[in-house]
Structure formats: structure tokens, C-alpha cells
Design a protein around this ligand. Structure first.
Ligand code: PMP
Length: 446
């Protein structure tokens, strides 16, 4: 006899889900509603009651080509039939090699070495470990700190948490296990506005005082995502690169959310015309079809790691280079190379700017901002995510607000009619929202 009655139909047992399944950033004893999705195609999610929602999230930045794309589906089906998994220790395969070739080709010239990990958080861990091992190989073992900026978000594992915004709760909750890193103020000058070089005064001082301990600077380029959906000035990033060069510090860029076209450039660092020493990629790498992440580094970093006492890089996950995930990523990158993304993001950006502008006049909207395929309404106070999410579902769209933000980053293939439905829903909810901050409200990074 099984412990619990098995469901006899194909329907999703939402009560069992509520009682037994953790969701991201939720409570298991005070859980909030989840909506059962049975299928998805293009930009539409199909709920089990048959209704359809236009997706404004790309499933947290990942599904940039939309759902059930025939080319990615075919590539994955073929790969599953041929070789869905094999260990990567001492073995290689075509999907991994093809993927590495594409990543080296598409990223900046300095990035030549590819480490394939399983999730964004792990690619950040890998980047930090690479930086520390690099300095061991360069006989500077004291360089063990990471310098970062406030409002950042880099994942939920321990090292990744150590570089997340110190006010976000990750540091206080887990005490000593979260390493103390160095934090500078978040960038202030906004993308598209004037740049004030003074804002780097404090971070420049941190470089000056502590460069002998700093292994790397780690930041999200141009867009700080889960830490507030802020778009900062490209000159800030360019200035950071200069400081890294001056003080002999590596630059790690976390492009997990921004990579693959989202901000209007293939990679957000291109806005600043700079190169990273180490680059983290994830989310949209496979077009969102399966989990995979990558950490790229320069020849110099790889050489330093090899010169460290260990002689090898100390990381090797079981599912490293999983062929199925690599095949999905290759199919997704081939779609990227067809170059429709540029036009699509340009059109989305123009429409978002036009259609969201009027929300700036609503009393409870404090800011409206758009960059590439991202549109944000910043509200005057914290939102009740569960309540607003239901309102969005009632309006036929899938938008998941968090903190005081209502924001979208739809799949690139969205039509202008569907995009209008998203912006109308954002405005309708923002306008009528009385903004109660209900108990049991939950946060959600993504
Ligand atoms: N870095 C950034 C910038 C992210 O947005 C995220 C995911 N929200 C991560 C790292 C962590 O990625 P993952 O959730 O795949 O571990």
C-alpha cells in the first residue's frame, strides 16, 4: 500500500502540492496558491482548467524563444534517443564541444575556456573558486575576498549568498557559514542618463585599501535584477574594469539574467565595451528548456588555476556537460545566431517605453523603467504577491511581482498584441492596487 492515495486522473493534485512540495521562497506550513500548468506553447501557458495565460516572465529570464520551439524540441528528442547522459570525467561528446565552440565564438575574445555547470548559482561558485585558485597560482594566496556592490543577487548557495545584497536576509539567517565579503554602494547613475564619476569614490577607496586581499570584483553588468531591477550606467562598469586593471583584481561578470540579448546587446557588458576575466551564464543558455550554466574564463585565469598547488581546478559535478542540456543549448544558440533577437528586443523595448509611460502618472507608481526586453513599474510600497498574482491570472497573463516591483521580461517572440495585453494588465493592476502588505506575503528572487 502506498503511503498516500495515488491520483487516478492526469490532473495535478494541487492539495498534495500544497501539503508536500516546496516552491521557491515559500513556507511549507503557510504555503500560498500554485497554479497547475499542463502545457505551454509560444508565449502561452495552459492551465489545467483549460485557460491560457500570456507569459510575461520567460519563466524567470530563461525561455527566451518561447515554449515548445520545434527546433529545440527536435534537438532534445534526438539527443535523448542517442545519448541523454554520460559522465564527463575522461569522456567528451559532440554536444559539449559544439556548445563550447559557440560560447567561445559569441563571447568576447578573451574568454576561451568553458566550464559547464548545472545552475546559475553553481556557475557563480565556480567563478569564485576559479578566482581564488588563480591567485594561489600567482603566489598571492592572500587574495581571497570578493568585492561586490549592494543590491546584487547571485544565487542561493553559500558562496553565492555571500555576494548577495547584505540587507536581503541571506547573511543574517545563516550566520558564520556565509563568508564576509566587501560591499560598495550600488551604482546610482541610471542607464541613459548622465554619469557621475563621483559615485565610484567609495569603491575606489576599497580597492586602494584592500586590493592585496581582493581576488575579484563580481557584479551583474548593467542590470541589477532580483536586487531591485535597476539599470545602471555603462560608464560605471567601464570604470570598474579600469580599477580592476589598476589594482590587479579579476573581474567576474554575472550575466545569468542579462545574457543572450535581454538588455539589447548579446551580453550586457557590450554596453560598456569591456571584457570580463570570468563570465557566468545560465538561465537562457538552453532557451530555458533544461538546467545548464557555464563559467567562461580567459587563458590567463586557466593558466593561473593550473599553476596553483592543486594543479587542477577543484570542481566536478556529476552532471557536468550533460549531453541533453548541451544539445538544447546548441539549438538555442543557433536560434540566437539567426539574429532575429535583435529586432525582436528592439521592438519590445520601443513598445514597452510607449505603453508603460502613462503609468508614471499613477499615484502609487514611483518609477517606470525599460531596458531592452525588460519593463518595470516600481511601486511606492511592498506588494502582496499572492493577491496580485491572482489578479494577473484573472486578466489572462502570467506576471509575478516581488517586493515593490511589477515587471516583465517576455519571450522575445511575443507579438505586439500579446505584449499590449501584458502592459495593459500591468497598468490595470498598478492603478487599482491599494498595496496592502499582508502577513504571509512571500518574496521571490528569480
Ligand atoms: N545570478 C543572477 C544574476 C540571477 O538572476 C540568478 C537567478 N535568479 C542566479 C545568479 C542564480 O541562478 P540559479 O537560480 O540558476 O541558481
Amino acid at each position: 500500500m502506498s503511503k498516500y492515495n495515488q491520483s487516478t486522473t492526469n490532473s495535478i493534485d494541487l492539495q498534495f502540492d500544497k501539503d508536500h512540495l516546496w516552491h521557491p521562497y515559500t513556507s511549507m506550513t503557510n504555503s500560498l496558491p500554485a497554479y497547475g500548468v499542463v502545457a505551454a506553447e509560444g508565449v502561452e501557458l495552459q492551465l489545467q482548467d483549460g485557460s491560457k495565460l500570456i507569459d510575461g516572465t520567460s519563466s524567470w529570464w530563461a525561455c527566451i524563444h518561447g515554449y515548445s520551439h520545434p527546433k529545440i524540441v527536435a534537438a532534445m528528442q534526438q539527443q535523448t534517443a542517442q545519448l541523454s547522459h554520460v559522465m564527463f570525467g575522461g569522456i567528451t561528446h559532440r554536444p559539449a564541444v559544439e556548445l563550447a565552440r559557440l560560447l567561445v565564438e559569441l563571447t568576447s575574445p578573451k574568454l576561451t575556456k568553458v566550464f559547464l555547470a548545472d545552475s546559475g548559482s553553481i556557475s557563480v561558485e565556480v567563478a569564485m573558486k576559479m578566482a581564488l585558485q588563480y591567485w594561489q597560482g600567482r603566489a598571492q594566496p592572500n587574495k581571497q575576498k570578493i568585492l561586490t556592490i549592494k543590491n546584487g543577487y547571485h544565487g542561493d548557495t553559500f558562496a553565492a549568498m555571500s555576494v548577495c545584497d547584505p540587507e536581503g536576509g541571506m547573511h543574517t539567517m545563516f550566520g558564520e557559514l556565509v563568508t564576509k565579503q566587501l560591499f560598495a554602494p550600488a551604482p546610482q547613475s541610471r542607464f541613459g542618463e548622465e554619469f557621475d564619476p563621483q559615485e565610484l569614490t567609495e569603491i575606489a577607496q576599497l580597492f586602494e585599501d584592500s586590493h592585496q586581499q581582493i581576488a575579484a570584483v563580481l557584479v551583474e553588468p548593467i542590470m541589477q535584477g532580483a536586487g531591485g531591477m535597476r539599470f545602471y550606467h555603462p560608464d560605471y562598469l567601464a570604470a570598474l574594469r579600469k580599477l580592476c586593471d589598476k589594482y590587479n583584481v579579476l573581474l567576474i561578470l554575472d550575466e545569468i539574467a542579462t545574457g543572450f540579448g535581454r538588455t539589447g546587446k548579446l551580453f550586457a557588458y557590450e554596453h560598456s565595451a569591456i571584457e570580463a576575466d570570468i563570465l557566468c551564464l545560465g538561465k537562457a543558455l538552453t532557451g530555458g528548456y533544461i538546467s545548464l550554466a557555464a563559467t567562461l574564463c580567459s587563458d590567463e585565469v586557466a593558466q593561473g588555476v593550473s599553476d596553483s598547488p592543486a594543479g587542477v581546478f577543484m570542481h566536478g559535478p556529476t552532471f557536468m556537460g550533460n549531453p541533453l542540456a548541451c544539445a538544447a543549448a546548441v539549438a538555442s544558440l543557433k536560434l540566437i545566431k539567426e539574429n532575429h533577437w535583435q529586432q525582436q528586443i528592439c521592438a519590445i523595448e520601443a513598445q514597452l517605453k510607449m505603453e508603460l509611460a502613462e503609468a508614471a502618472d499613477y499615484s502609487n507608481v514611483v518609477d517606470v523603467r525599460v531596458l531592452g526586453g525588460v519593463g518595470v513599474l516600481e511601486m511606492s510600497s511592498t506588494l502582496n504577491t499572492a493577491e496580485l498574482q491572482q489578479q494577473f491570472v484573472d486578466l489572462g497573463v502570467w506576471i509575478r511581482p516581488f517586493s515593490n516591483l511589477i515587471y516583465i521580461m517576455p519571450p522575445y517572440c511575443i507579438s505586439s498584441t500579446d505584449l499590449s495585453k501584458l502592459t495593459k494588465a500591468m497598468k490595470a493592476v498598478a492603478k487599482q492596487s491599494s498595496l496592502p502588505n499582508a502577513a504571509g506575503d512571500f518574496i521571490s528572487h528569480g
